[in-house]
Design a protein. Structure first.
Ligand code: ATP
Ligand code: MG
Length: 434
């Protein structure tokens, strides 16, 4: 028998699968209390928590004493009979016949009411909290569903380099790195490379980290974040928005189905998520500018919407929505609308409840002359983009794509207040450890 076959999951016990049976469970001490004759250990592992009742005399004395000495986070396995007991958390407990402490933990530094900063300092230990465990399970499911959605629709997963020489999202957030005797950058997005790869694979996606030296610290920016990016030949801006709507529905449905208990543990209002259903509203930038100025902002054509603007805008929405037709300053690669070149055929998708932008996407310029003109307009050096321009010389086709900030998306799905709780080891301007 393989070692893991001996052990059952707490989740299965809680589902009533082993009531009355003798089982073995392993994990860590979540809580411990007791008297000289009776000890209650709440045991936790990745599948849940369960109370273990240890009665002196029902197992060897050395084992009872070891259980008495073992502090929170000690690792152990126990063997005993599963009993239904309304007083126990979750309604089941194990009456121990055998307790084997694997490692006696030192005094665990995390106790109740520790500051946020402290919990960040000991993130390597805080990951064991139920809050982080639930969040990371939701995260795993969202990543799986993202991949699954695109694979099922004939997209190929493919990859772009992390060391790059050109900016995709503006020079101000580039991270320079020493690359032997020259300076290169960490990638901000796979997009420019994706545009080369569609000529062989047509429909592609990636899941990879992107890096941005975001100096403005907000609750939705990391310096290293996980980017779910998609690019497809023969698709226009509106096609891409439809695909994003379908993806959104697919992921939300899947995550509610597979991670209900974790969402509930985090206090997410699931009924709100269940109501989300495309099509989502499409609002042109011009209209959004008016809406915001009516709310007291003082914005001019071309201004970017930051956190405050998006928060004010999305608080009243109960569905995600798109902002479309941004001004020309939004990015050099977006395709100007042939019917009104003052605006671009691109979009952002904003999440409701104050969360704001989670997706940026749109149609890319596919005509060489237009691209060269835009590179000039942005004051970029065409030399740095020569291979990118090349793609417009040999059988160029209309194409579109988008980037979804997976950490930000998870922040919204789980209704977590800060993006740093959506990733195991967050990277922010002030923090690169642990
Ligand atoms: P923002 O205006 O919020 O900085 P952006 O316009 O720079 O976003 P895009 O370049 O369109 O974002 O990137 C696509 C998506 O990647 C965004 O919609 C967002 O979900 C995510 N994203 C961008 N920057 C970050 C970041 N610093 N941390 C986490 N996610 C990010
Ligand atoms: Mg940004």
């Amino acid at each position: 028998m393989r070692m893991e076959d001996e052990f059952v999951s707490i989740e299965d016990i809680m589902a009533g699968k082993y009531t009355g049976e003798s089982v073995k469970v392993r994990g860590w001490i979540y809580r411990t209390r007791g008297t000289k004759k009776l000890r209650f250990i709440v045991l936790r592992n990745s599948t849940g928590i369960i109370q273990v009742t240890i009665i002196k005399g029902e197992l060897p004395d050395e084992e009872f004493e070891a259980a008495e000495r073992a502090l929170v986070e000690s690792s152990l396995w126990v063997e005993g009979v599963v009993r239904e007991d309304k007083r126990a958390p979750g309604g089941y407990e194990i009456q121990a016949r055998k307790v084997n402490i694997i490692h006696f933990a030192e005094i665990f530094p995390i106790t109740k009411d520790k500051s946020d900063e402290f919990l960040m300092d000991v993130r390597h230990l805080w990951l064991r909290s139920r809050q982080m465990t639930s969040t990371l399970k939701i995260r795993s499911t969202v990543f799986k569903l993202f991949r699954e959605f695109f694979l099922e629709r004939g997209f190929y997963e493919t990859h772009s380099p992390t060391f790059v020489t050109g900016a995709c999202e503006g020079g101000s957030t580039l991270f320079p790195v020493k690359y032997f005797d020259r300076e290169v950058y960490l990638t901000q997005s796979w997009q420019l490379y994706a545009e080369a790869m569609i000529y062989s694979l047509e429909k592609i996606f990636t899941v990879a980290p992107s890096f941005r030296a975001e100096k403005s610290r907000t609750r939705r920016h990391l310096t290293e974040f996980w980017h779910g990016e998609v690019e497809a030949a023969w698709m226009g801006n509106e096609d891409m928005m439809k695909l994003e709507e379908e993806m959104m529905e697919y992921i939300l449905e899947g995550v509610i189905k597979e991670r209900r208990a974790d969402l509930e543990y985090l206090g997410r209002d699931i009924s709100f998520l269940k109501e989300i259903s495309p099509p989502f509203e499409r609002l042109p930038y011009r209209k959004v500018l008016e809406m915001l100025n009516e709310k007291g902002f003082n914005l001019e054509w071309g201004d970017d919407f930051g956190y405050d603007e998006e928060k004010a805008l999305t608080e009243e929405f109960s569905q995600p929505f798109f902002i479309t037709h941004f001004p020309r300053s939004k990015g050099f690669y977006h395709r100007p609308d042939p019917e009104n070149p003052e605006v671009l055929l691109c979009h952002d998708m904003l999440a409701p409840e104050g969360y704001g932008e989670i997706i940026g996407g749109g149609e890319r310029i596919w005509e060489k002359e237009v691209l060269l003109e835009r590179i000039k307009e942005f004051g970029l050096d065409p030399e740095n983009y020569s291979w990118y321009v090349d793609l417009r010389r040999y059988g160029s086709v209309p194409h579109s794509g988008f980037g979804l900030g997976l950490d930000r998306f998870i922040t919204w799905i789980a209704d977590i207040k800060h993006i740093k709780y959506a990733i195991p080891f967050p990277r922010t301007p002030r923090r690169v450890t642990p």
